[in-house]
Design a protein around this ligand. Structure first.
Ligand code: ZN
Length: 354
């Protein structure tokens, strides 16, 4: 008989309303892997393990607006309605918002970035890839995931040693002003900002998703009060996000030294992965911590070549949660038959630290 999990699981059913209905990868629309079922599988496994399920509490936008720019928030909140009203689904068979033109520095050569009137012209204004689609329920889910993160952060600020936010869609690829990588708003960064606002002088974010959290890194890159450390598959070996996540990215200005990337070779398993996590843990000096829990480093996951076991996840979470009161934020993890067991193993590990 195994003991019931005690870590509170913060949940909002609105997180299921985001149905991206695929992703356009290399010019072809695939079914995609960031499915609503992910959250159902995780919630059901944690409930079966006895964890208390806590409803997310609605929060105002104050912390959200400290992390993200107002234009990105307005875009995410309104683009689907504008898209539908302009007839893209009904007249042109475009059932999701897919970016089309990206105003890169190379395109503009110093010109100001304008705000196109046509909704299809705006699609690439705040998005940096073609994999992160928007549908009718997306905004409700994106905003609900923020409330999940903020509610989990409240629990830790009020004294819980660990709280888990079942955020979906995930967040760690979202920057201050742009979304991508199946992420829209940065739930982990929002949790970190909330912990700062609640009085933690220094917050650490440890990101163990298989992919580098380029969004979280960018949001805090110049700040000394929020340290960011990540273990992930080497972006230089051909893995998303390709343009960030390298070891020489150490932070800028006052944040110099407060950013740590440990890229790993494809095929790395528990031993190498845990050694890298131990190296990150040695650098953490914080009163509160956010763990970006991506379960896509697991051996069965289709989205990465890392080979971590459920036991490895348990050990990682035990070591990380021992460092400081911890808000665990769900990031990636896509293999639906093992995802629930992986999450339970991760939280059981965190509980061993208490
Ligand atoms: Zn990932």
């Amino acid at each position: 008989m195994t003991n019931n999990l005690k870590i509170p699981v913060v949940w909002d059913p609105a997180c299921l309303r985001h149905e991206p209905a695929g992703e356009v990868w290399l010019g072809v629309r695939d079914a995609g892997t960031e499915l609503p079922e992910r959250a159902v599988v995780i919630r059901d496994a944690l409930a079966a393990a006895g964890a208390p399920i806590v409803s997310a509490v609605a929060h105002d936008d104050s912390v959200l607006r400290a992390v993200h720019g107002p234009e990105l928030l307005d875009h995410l909140a309104t683009i689907w309605t504008a898209w539908e009203k302009a007839g893209y689904p009904s007249e042109y068979g475009r059932d999701r918002v897919v970016p089309y033109v990206f105003p890169t520095e190379g395109m503009l050569g110093g010109l100001p970035v304008r705000e196109p009137n046509a909704p299809h012209g705006r699609t690439g204004r705040y998005c940096y890839d073609t994999m992160t689609l928007i549908g009718p329920g997306s905004w409700a889910a994106i905003r609900a995931a923020v409330d999940v993160a903020l509610t989990a952060a409240d629990l830790v600020a009020e004294g819980a040693p660990v709280a888990y936010g079942l955020c979906r869609p995930p967040g760690h690829h979202a920057t201050r002003d742009a979304f991508g990588g199946s992420c829209y708003l940065n739930n982990a960064a929002i949790a970190a900002e909330a912990l700062r606002a609640a009085g933690a002088e220094r917050v650490a974010i440890v990101d163990i998703d298989a992919h580098h959290g380029n969004g979280t890194q960018a949001i805090f890159y110049d700040r000394a009060d929020v340290w960011y450390g990540s273990v992930h598959v080497d972006p230089g070996a051909g893995w998303f996000p390709h343009y960030a996540g390298f070891a020489d990215e150490r932070g800028g200005g006052p944040g110099r030294g407060a950013n740590r990337n440990l890229p790993l070779a494809p095929g790395t398993g528990d031993e190498g992965w845990l050694a890298a996590i131990d190296a990150l843990c040695e650098e953490v000096r914080a009163e509160a911590l956010v763990l970006s829990l991506g379960l896509d480093a697991a051996v069965a996951d289709p989205e990465s070549p890392l080979r971590v076991t459920a036991d490895g996840y348990g050990q990682a979470c035990r070591r990380i949660a021992a460092l400081a009161p911890t808000v665990v934020i769900q990031e990636g993890g896509y293999e639906l038959t093992s995802l629930g067991d992986l999450t339970v193993a991760a939280l059981r590990g965190a509980e061993e630290a208490l």
